[in-house]
Design a binder for this molecule. Sequence first.
Ligand SMILES: Cc1ncc(COP(=O)(O)OP(=O)(O)O)c(N)n1
Ligand SMILES: Cc1nc(C(=O)O)sc1CCOP(=O)(O)O
Ligand SMILES: [Mg+2]
Length: 209
Amino acid sequence: MDPVFPRLHVITGARRPVEVVTAAVAASLRLGVPDQLAIQVRVEDDITDRAAFLLAAEILEICRPQNVLCLVNDRLHIALAVGADGGHVGADDLPVAAARKIMGGVVGATCRDPESARAAVADGATYLGVGPAYLTATKPGLPAPLGPAAVGAVAAAVPRTPVIAIGGVTAGNAGELIRAGAIGIAVVGAVSEAADPGAATERLLKALS
Ligand SMILES: Cc1ncc(COP(=O)(O)OP(=O)(O)O)c(N)n1
Ligand SMILES: Cc1nc(C(=O)O)sc1CCOP(=O)(O)O
Ligand SMILES: [Mg+2]
């Protein structure tokens, strides 16, 4: 497992993504841990590639000078076009092996059980997003929450690969996911919906320290 793989992944939501990313990056700098933060640019499916490209390019410009990892969800052609550090794929996206073929950098893969986790790692995944850990209103249609024990079972199946727990994660429940075996967490609402996204990022980073 890479010891410097970021432990807090802030995923953009529909609301004020650039403002949220700016605040999150600034918070990581205040705490002196920009290498512990990753930003994942995630847009809804009805957003055009052009708009997604422009957003990803703007967000990469905020992240790169500060050594904050910048990933793009789903649209690996956009990750490559802007020169992001990598991308994240799930069941409806490019297969992990195909993503690995075209992406030299980080490839994240969504997995919900030990078997698919082992397969994703064999196919070249750098890290796994495992969830939903808890109930979430951010993405409809997800399976029932796994809870910390099932997240831990996935992590135990791939001991050399960072597992990032996602879905309903907050500063209050992050600790039990880490104790269960996740190396980190990914959040949308806990930062995007916060009145103060910078303060929310600080709370999450402190919960992981
Ligand atoms: C870190 C992380 N984990 C899981 C996901 C979900 O990816 P996916 O299943 O492809 O769903 P969408 O995000 O594309 O709707 C993620 N994005 N990040
Ligand atoms: C995009 C996404 N994927 C999930 C999965 O389990 O695959 S949960 C999720 C949404 C995470 O948002 P929030 O932090 O607001 O719960
Ligand atoms: Mg996807």
